[in-house]
Write a protein that binds this ligand. Sequence first.
Ligand code: ATP
Ligand code: MG
Length: 421
Amino acid sequence: MSITGIKGMNDILPHDIAAWQFLEQQARQIFHTYGYKEIRVPVVEKTELFSRSIGETTDIVEKEMYTFVDKGNNSITLRPEGTAPVMRSFIQHKLYNEANSSKLYYMGPMFRYERPQKGRYRQFHQIGAEVIGQDDPRIDAQVLAMLSHFFTAVGITNVSLQLNSLGCNACRPDYRRTLIEFLTQRLDALCDDCKRRYSTNPLRVLDCKAAGCKEATATAPSVLDNLCTECEEHFHKVQHHLNALEVPYEINNRMVRGLDYYTKTTFEMVTTALGAQNAVAAGGRYDGLIQELGGPALPGIGFAMGVERLVLLLDTHKLKAPVPQLFIAALGERAQQESFVILNRLQHQGIYAEMDFSGKSLKAQMRLANKLDSVYSIVLGDNELEAGTVSLKRMADGTEMNIELHTLAASITAALDGEEA
Ligand code: ATP
Ligand code: MG
């Protein structure tokens, strides 16, 4: 029996790769214009990095982490998200001393032991960005403007930006108590999960999908009515700046995030096109996280987008994997050898060219050229080699053009330029 991949961990195959490369390339290009630099951190970290930052009572830490004991008896965890590792690295390498390292982005695989379904996998990919050291509400608005810009640029329009504030250390504890009191009076209506977590993670109940919980919390006190003056002012200014930048958003006071480190501004980019997996991107402020992880008292804000969900929303039929620009069909042994050398020369000159090495008939070679969707083809035989000319055929309509063999590269480049124009 052949060996298969692990459940919930997907191969990204050549015929799907164009969408991934497009998203990655757009992200890089857009993030660079906002001054972000890429950072790459390992896929495994010490387990305590995640338990301390994400929070012991969160879904991720309670049940979703891939945690192992390695041969040295250390507990290590496959990263379930990118913010904690990036902050760990930021602190460890004292990036706060460098002028150009306060806006960072990353892309790569994340791991969570969840029930695999459409849009939810055990290895999935995120593209994320972080801004460290600035608590100005303009930064929040700018981060959201960049996120929104990205969605427009890749052509995903059926999304809406949901905005909330989760308060800070000064106001959240009071709100938490108020909410626990409220929930205590409605325990019977809550699902088993929420009965268990309402006192340790009461905000999570607001976000529960169970019908009973939704109903029971319909009249729950709103976090937005319980913000301290500082948080309220910050939230107000964020909205003011979003309006100035013409970034559309909706206030959603029931949106909580599944990680403990968030403070003040939190947000999600949601869609109705993916069923229950409606969050395509999510993030927020985490003003206490860097200090919590042993670094200086610097604020931060960031987001992560789920690439698999972006791909599902993307209009992929416009995206095509590259096709050969030229197929060389060779007739006879001498032409085979000549073609082999010409092929290599063309590739050196940046032309994507293909040929067959298995001795196929001319007919079979042309069939292959068609299958590969090559833009042009030539047939090279002894006659062509002697005359030093060859007929360049446009595969789409069969039109042919006689060219000098030694001008092949230039002729193809010119013809391809004509295709694009
Ligand atoms: P959800 O509510 O769907 O579980 P989340 O709040 O756990 O999402 P975050 O931790 O905020 O997600 O991660 C940011 C983004 O990463 C999500 O909005 C989603 O697009 C994507 N994501 C999260 N978990 C998965 C997964 N298991 N498979 C695929 N994408 C995921
Ligand atoms: Mg989740």
